[in-house]
Design a binder for this molecule. Sequence first.
Ligand code: NI
Ligand code: MN
Length: 228
Amino acid sequence: MKITYFGHSAFQIEFGGKTLIFDPFISPNPAAASINVDEIKADYVMLSHGHGDHVADAERIAKQNNATIISNYEIATYYGGKGFKAHGMNHGGKFKFDFGWVKYVYATHSSVLPDGTYGGNPGGFVIWNDDACFYFAGDTALTMDLKLIPLTCPKLDFAILPVGDNFTIGYEDAAIAAEFIACDTIIGCHFDTFPPVKIDHNAAKKAFEAKGKRLLLPAIGERIEGLS
Ligand code: NI
Ligand code: MN
């Protein structure tokens, strides 16, 4: 599996022979100016919720690749109405795609699309096949529902959690979330993009080390391999 970080909560993950893009907010992010959105490949665009800092480049990337958007029912219906291929899900449901299973799981946050359209309930994705399993949390608070993930899904090889605080959990709560989901390797996201989410990288990593866990804070454009 190859993971590439595009800044904020945007990732490209090659999984099960397909290329998945998560929460693309790239062109409006000055820190991600080195990433050329026109060159991004995708078979699927995964949207955790409707906020602009997660969907900004969704239409552009889906259009140039004829990719399928996977999100909650309301967001999938919104993009489906604009002519995009879209697959809607809702909390607790899983579906087998051609790259593996996707389960749409709970997140404590809010959701509205940039034009004011109701964005349904925010969520995260647990994704697995015979080779690996990972969790992309989207934006969330610390919630007891996280404990349901290890009860209902295969063992996680890694998880992508927000760590920037203010709009989501900070790294202290994210370290507790890592315990709740029984996962030892966490990739942080939703940090350093805006002043309210700037974090102390060393303090964040130490909070995870204190719990025997590893926090990766990738640089924009960095590629991560070997987590599964
Ligand atoms: Ni959000
Ligand atoms: Mn956000």
